[in-house]
Unconditional design. Structure first.
Length: 70
């Protein structure tokens, strides 16, 4: 009789792990941008600019960017 593959025997068991990349992650991101209105797209771009400025070494620029995000 063949061993049951679903049994919980104490024998060694191997597990396989396979990573499957998405077909085109860039297309997915571009599609999200297409769904945004012009106003939302402008807000998104402004927020991205603030995020860049927060990472700047100038504390004054960092503070201004953080306050602008409010």
């Amino acid at each position: 009789m063949a061993p049951d593959p679903n049994s919980t025997s104490s024998g060694p068991r191997e597990e396989a792990s396979v990573k499957v990349p998405s077909k085109d992650p860039k297309k997915k991101d571009e599609k999200k941008d297409e769904d945004l209105s012009d106003e939302d797209l402008a807000l998104k771009q402004q927020l991205e600019l603030y995020v860049e400025r927060v990472q700047d070494s100038d504390p004054g620029l960092q503070k201004m960017a953080l306050e602008s995000m409010r």
